[in-house]
Design a binder for this molecule. Structure first.
Ligand SMILES: CC(C)(COP(=O)(O)OP(=O)(O)OC[C@H]1O[C@@H](n2cnc3c(N)ncnc32)[C@H](O)[C@@H]1OP(=O)(O)O)[C@@H](O)C(=O)NCCC(=O)NCCS
Length: 281
């Protein structure tokens, strides 16, 4: 009981530099006006990139991620929205210069998640615990096998099919959150990034004691906050031992309430978006 109360208190005492947000695109059907509001509030190069998505679903997730970054920086660094300049490094990771605020975004299916932190690298990854590949699960596992150590694979390959899928996504989120925190993305050999869980994930609680080994050496300076959020797994990776905080669901209005326009209106851009299919059939 004491531990549960302590966790609740800690999560409600989060500093404003530390945020966890989630947005559900499933219930967001932007009107032309809303879409215009969203794309006028992000940088022009991001607007162009998002314009190239074939499906609405992907454009929506990506623009929400951009708005989350802008909101976090404008509120936390106290920089006016229109003065923020997000850059991308050589591995495509968004960052801002000369600032100790770090952030990361992930999307899967309808959810977009964001983690913001001060003075610590942060990576976040979300996966829905639901196999959606075109191949059979055994073929998918055969192809993915090379990204895991033997010990990890033993852990994954246990229990019912559903349990295997859930455990697979748990390990995948751990690995991706780490490669996103260090910024390399999937350019490094994931087999050398190994995790040793100490307990199963549970609903309505965090798991924070999973250990990371890189090239067989334990990395005590990296901490993983693992969450089960409805039927999604979310993992936040940090290089500071700091307590986990709850994810807060944002509405579109909360996301843009202090947004400022950065680019001109663009009727054609709006029309192209409105005409797109939501997702592949
Ligand atoms: C980073 C990476 C692991 C993300 O994989 P994913 O599961 O498809 O995507 P997620 O939804 O979890 O995260 C995507 C978000 O992470 C961020 N991101 C992109 N690259 C990143 C990186 N190298 N490190 C950390 N975060 C990154 C972006 O905000 C991105 O959102 P956006 O595409 O809307 O801008 C994968 O894209 C990768 O390995 N990239 C690095 C290698 C690469 O592609 N380099 C290209 C050079 S141009």
């Amino acid at each position: 009981m004491y531990i549960i109360i302590k966790k609740i208190l800690q999560s409600s005492m989060s500093s404003p530099n530390r945020v966890r947000w989630v947005f559900d695109c499933e219930n967001w059907f932007p009107s032309k006006n809303e879409w215009s509001h969203a794309f006028r509030s992000i940088q022009s190069e991001e607007k162009e990139r998002i314009g190239r998505f074939v499906f609405k679903r992907d454009a929506k997730s990506s623009i929400i991620g951009q708005l989350m970054i802008m909101k976090y920086l404008s509120e936390t660094a106290c920089v006016p929205w229109s003065n923020i300049k997000i850059k991308r490094d050589t591995n495509n990771k968004p960052f801002i210069e000369d600032c100790n605020l770090n952030f990361n975004v992930s999307h899967d299916e309808s959810l977009v998640v964001f983690a913001g932190e001060k003075n610590t690298s942060v990576g976040v990854d979300i996966m829905r615990n639901h196999y959606k590949g075109g191949k059979s699960l055994s073929e998918f596992f055969r192809l993915m096998h090379r990204n895991f150590s033997l010990k990890e694979w033993d852990y994954i390959n246990n229990g019912t099919e559903k349990q295997k899928i859930n455990t697979f996504y748990r390990f995948w989120c751990l690995k991706e959150s780490y490669v996103k925190a260090i910024g390399t993305g999937l350019t490094i050999n994931l087999r050398n990034v190994c995790f040793v869980p100490k307990q199963d994930l549970k609903k309505n609680d965090f798991v924070t004691d999973t250990e990371l080994y890189v090239n067989n050496e334990v990395m005590h300076n990296w901490v993983f906050h693992e969450y089960l959020y409805h039927d999604y797994t979310i993992t936040v990776c940090l290089n500071r031992n700091i307590h986990p905080i709850e994810f807060k669901m944002l509405s579109f209005n909360e996301l843009i309430y202090n947004a400022e326009y950065i680019t001109e209106d663009d009727e054609n851009y709006c029309n192209i978006f409105m005409a797109k299919e939501n997702q592949p059939k």
